[in-house]
Design a protein around this ligand. Structure first.
Ligand code: SPD
Length: 366
């Protein structure tokens, strides 16, 4: 449909052209409403990283749109590196009726629906232990979620009947210490934590030993390698948080499903829109349903909040941003997915030969 003859037609055409141009430059698939969303975000925050967060766009796309809106004279950057509307920008949003973002999500539970303070003892113990956690490093795309997020994950899993008496594997995302938090509840039957980073494995094992938690263990493992028969079909629940490339999706989630025993088992993971687009989410969801034979039972948008990582200035995200200012507040968030196996589900367990494991055209924060 062409909007050229309707009110605001030229302005809509401009936004479509911007979306198309940025798509060509960045190879991130985009449409006009993505540009509108960036403008809605700019109306409530001048901070580039908050604009990325509110826009639900991969950093290269949000950055490309902001730069293009600047070159069209709709935005400018002031001396504090805040991104602001010009008079031409105000005229455009007025003409199109673009409104500022509003947020009515619950401030107490931080929008998750599962308040971390529902189990104060778990929260206090976890925070105390996590004080000495190994710091997030760039090598494995680490970036830890907040303690409030980790504890809420456990409460969510328990509330869905996936904790008590269950055999649980936590795979390749132990920088969040989710395996440790699950083990601290002492409610699972067995907890196995695997991660490529031996610092995290030693950290967990030391705490399990000190606290006498004898049903949990942590083991070093590289998820690019296929599992042996001893791992396939051995667990009731898997938990992970993959980088958003296709190779990593298969290594973390495909292999997670392969560890599940039978139908009705559950998998939990985070997927973000900061390092992947909604188009890629569609492809992930098609793989989950069509290829792996699972069903998506829950998606809680922005459930996982990530603490900023020290290596940010070295990343592609920092280099392509329209400002040099580093993020000061939480801006990187991800949705919390729960899937369930259906009869006939597939155990994917191929080797990963793909080098594109952490970074591609949509991902930029590693
Ligand atoms: N590199 C920045 C931190 C990224 C942490 N991983 C998030 C994965 C979401 N699925």
């Amino acid at each position: 449909m062409s909007f050229s003859n309707s009110p605001g037609g030229e302005a809509l055409d401009l936004l479509s052209r911007i979306a198309q141009k940025v798509q060509e430059e960045t190879k991130v698939r985009l449409h006009r409403r993505n540009v509108e969303r960036v403008l809605s975000a700019v109306m409530v925050s001048g901070d580039f990283w908050k604009i990325v967060d509110l826009s639900d766009l991969p950093v290269p796309a949000a950055s490309g749109i902001v730069k293009e809106l600047i070159s069209e004279g709709l935005l400018f950057i002031d001396d504090k590196e805040d991104i602001l509307l010009t008079q031409k920008g105000y005229d455009l949003i007025g003409e199109l009726g673009i409104e500022p973002f509003v947020d009515y999500s619950c401030q107490a539970c931080e929008g998750r629906g599962y308040p971390f303070y529902a189990d104060k003892e778990l929260y206090r113990t976890f925070v105390e232990l996590a004080k000495d956690r190994p710091k997030a490093i760039r090598d494995y795309d680490q970036g830890s979620v907040t303690p409030e997020t980790t504890v809420s994950r456990v409460l969510f899993i328990d509330s869905r009947g996936d904790l008590r008496g269950k055999d649980i594997i936590v795979m390749g995302a132990e920088d969040d210490l989710t395996g440790l938090a699950v083990a601290l509840t002492r409610k699972a039957n067995r907890v196995l934590v695997i991660d490529i980073d031996d610092r995290l494995i030693e950290f967990d094992n030391r705490i399990f030993k000190e606290l006498g938690i004898d049903n949990a263990e942590a083991v070093v493992w590289d998820l690019r390698k296929p599992y042996g028969e001893d791992m396939l079909g051995q667990f009731d629940v898997f938990i992970t948080d993959p980088p958003e490339t296709f190779a990593a999706f298969r290594a973390f989630i495909g292999r997670g499903i392969a560890t599940l025993r039978d139908e009705g088992c559950a998998g939990y993971f985070g997927l973000t829109l900061r390092d992947s687009s909604i188009f890629r989410w569609k492809e992930f969801q098609e793989t989950l349903i069509g290829e792996y034979g699972t069903v998506i039972t829950d998606i809680v948008q922005d459930f996982n909040h990530y603490m900023n990582w020290e290596y940010h200035p070295e990343t592609k995200a920092a280099q392509i941003a329209p400002v040099r200012k580093n993020p000061t507040d939480i801006w990187y968030r991800s949705a919390w997915y729960r899937i369930e196996t259906l009869p006939g589900f597939k155990r994917w367990n191929d080797p990963i030969s793909d080098d594109v494991f952490y970074l591609d055209e949509e991902g930029s924060t590693t």
